[in-house]
Design a protein around this ligand. Structure first.
Ligand code: SF4
Ligand code: MSK
Length: 628
């Protein structure tokens, strides 16, 4: 009989730590999923609505019960409204994260953020120039930063009718958006309008709701998320390839371990600085520790990995299990994807839990709020807490050795590796050594065996000469699988292997966190511009094999609206409307040159993607084949 842990995760560290938690009687996300069965079928199909107090309402998918909500909304309207609100929530999360970074940039410009600074002045000047800001050499970085912060705040409520960064998309794509009236007009505006449209008695056209959903998602992809990534690079440096290590083996038995979890790098950057403070290292030594080790989880971890090579202990479904090591002295959380269960699990293993954002509180965690003006001092305080906690450790189980990986592939780094131009990659695609490129992105979801979707899909794609770029929890899964070192070319097909060997890159490139999916958009735009075509003409695809989050819905929607066909693993809650499903999976192709597919089996998903890539190659007049 298959062991329970084997149906839950493919990872060795995950399986061993599940055993530890079972031994200790600690409930995990998988246990809670089981306890929730059967989950609501109406909600699963998107057929329930609680948008007003005349409800809640539900539509009977078998046609025997009610077919209209109390207000008269039918299945199409309810499903489209629900999807729209998922996109709005995802776009809001990314975009609000972006705004937090702009606030730090503004505080740096005012000299009100001790410890923070400008990490990439060249990028500051480049982005500022895009906004028409005077960047002449005589102007200091802080003056330019002040103007740029103002211009970026303005993007959230701009009246000029379009987002400046959307101008980075190829001309043909922008024309498509204009024709469909989905050019994103303001970061907050599109989310706010979605909430308005989905209020009872406003937009009851399922098609117009879905089109606005695309515009809302574009306000994330070419707006809020892009601002988050660009400002993070400006403040903390644009990533460049550097070695790192992954899985729970990155925790050290003889050192104070601080694990940073969430998405926003503002706090973790400062904690990383404090962890190198010689006085604090000496204090750790006095308490018997050999040093202070900072490791990441989820996307805060990806942010530090990309810029500093900081090791990463795991992705979403490892966030509870990592506590079972008994080696996490302090876990620091900011926001997004932080399970509220963590505060209850931590005391079983001595871990001190601290939340840091005024907008994200959790039961069982001490709240120490970080702002740009107090971050440096609070970071020292947090490291003190971690050192104290080290002295309270019980049994420690670090059951695996870490795996090597390389991260840090910003677009700038990729173009740099190519010799300053996308031409070598375009040529490799043209001659067919590389058939195309695929973004494998997104979360873990306990409904899918942890990391199975990411790893198997990626293995198939690189084996068939498709270059993979990845972000978020997918990127951590692929790193743990050993796909992110140059030696991983042994998993690649012969053409991709030759190209990777020549360029000295792995076949799977780590592009960063969830907001860094915009790096994929920028790279796709650079390839399209180089060839003088639209993104939808390129042999590219996206995949989110294990997605769970509303942010992932927004990402998938902006990928498709930007012309990248995207394959989802789990089915989104839209199955209750055949009209909505048809538009998303078929109808959008005519409008956008891209659409969604749903395929939970990674082998079938690989086939779908490779067929799509070969069709695009044919469209460009390149050699093409029929994948089997
Ligand atoms: Fe029911 Fe309509 Fe209210 Fe939704 S908006 S809860 S369908 S009455
Ligand atoms: S952390 S949004 S589970 S990728 Fe970005 Fe992972 Fe998905 Fe959160």
């Amino acid at each position: 009989m298959e062991k329970k842990s084997e149906s839950r995760t493919i990872t060795t560290d995950g399986r061993l730590l599940l055993g530890v938690m079972e031994r200790d009687g600690v409930e995990t996300v998988w246990d809670r999923l089981k306890a929730q069965q059967p989950q609501c079928g109406y909600c699963d199909l998107g057929l329930s609505c609680r948008n007003c107090a005349m409800g809640p309402c539900r539509i009977d998918p078998f046609g025997e019960g009610p077919q209209l909500g109390v207000c008269g909304a039918d299945a199409d309207i309810i499903v489209a409204r629900n999807l729209g609100r998922m996109i709005a929530a995802g776009a809001a999360a990314h975009s609000d994260h972006g705004r937090d970074l702009v606030e730090v940039l503004a505080a740096v410009a005012r000299d009100e953020a001790p410890g923070y600074g400008i990490g990439d002045e060249e990028k500051l000047r480049r982005v500022a120039a895009e906004y028409g800001i005077d960047t002449a050499g005589v102007r200091g970085a802080k003056e330019i930063a002040a103007d740029l912060a103002d211009a970026l705040f303005e993007e959230y409520g701009t009246r000029k009718g379009h987002l400046t960064m959307a101008g980075r998309a190829p001309a043909a794509r922008r024309e498509t958006w204009k024709r469909l009236n989905i050019t994103p007009r303001g970061v907050d505006r599109e989310t706010s309008e979605m909430m308005h449209r989905t209020h009872m008695g406003v937009d009851n056209g399922w098609q117009s709701l879905l089109l606005h959903g695309l515009r809302n998602a574009l306000s994330d992809g070419w707006g809020g998320s892009m601002i988050a990534t660009e400002v993070s690079d400006i403040l903390f440096g644009t990533p460049a390839p550097r070695p790192t290590k992954v899985n729970v083996g990155v925790l050290r038995e003889d050192e104070v371990n601080i694990v940073v979890h969430g998405h926003n790098p503002v706090v973790s950057e400062m904690v990383l600085r404090a962890a190198t403070n010689p006085e604090l290292i000496a204090l750790a030594g006095e308490r018997g520790a050999a040093g202070i080790n900072v490791a990441g989880l989820c996307c805060t971890g990806n942010e530090l990995l990309m810029r500093h090579g900081i090791p990463i202990a795991g992705n979403h479904l490892m966030s509870e299990l990592v506590l079972g090591t008994g080696a996490v002295d302090l876990m620091l959380v900011d926001y997004q994807c932080i399970m509220p269960s963590l505060g209850a699990i931590a005391p079983c293993y001595h871990t001190k839990m601290v939340s840091t954002s005024d907008k994200a509180r959790f039961p069982g965690m001490e709240h120490i709020e970080f702002h740009p003006d107090n971050a440096a001092a609070e970071a020292d305080h947090l490291v003190h807490l971690a050192i104290d906690s080290y002295g309270r450790r019980g049994r420690v189980t670090i059951p695996v050795e870490p795996v090597d990986a390389v991260g840090g592939f910003s677009v700038e780094a990729i173009i740099g590796a190519l010799g300053g131009t996308p031409a070598p990659l375009v040529e490799a695609i043209r001659v067919g050594k590389v058939r195309g490129a695929v973004g494998v992105v997104g979360c873990n979801n306990p409904k899918i065996t942890h990391d199975f979707g990411h790893v198997e899909l990626t293995r198939e794609l690189i084996g068939h000469d498709c270059l993979v770029v990845d972000t978020g929890c997918a990127a951590v899964a692929n790193a743990k699988a050993g796909f992110k070192v140059n030696e991983a070319v042994r998993y690649a097909g012969p053409g991709l292997r030759e190209v990777c060997d020549a360029l000295g890159i792995p076949p799977v490139l780590h592009l960063g966190s969830c907001v860094d999916n915009v790096r994929i958009l920028v790279l796709a735009a650079a390839l399209a511009d180089h060839l003088g075509v639209d993104i939808s003409d390129l042999p590219l695809a996206g995949a989110a094999p294990e997605w769970y989050s509303e942010k992932a819905v927004s990402i998938a929607a902006y990928f498709v609206a930007s012309g990248v066909h995207t394959v989802l693993g789990p089915m989104p809650p839209v199955g209750g409307s055949a009209n909505v499903v048809n538009l998303l999976t078929v109808g959008l192709t005519d409008l956008l040159g891209a659409s969604f597919s749903v395929e939970p089996d990674p082998h079938q998903a690989s086939l779908l993607i490779r067929r799509h890539i070969e069709a695009k190659r044919k469209g460009l007049g390149l050699s093409h084949e029929v994948p089997q």
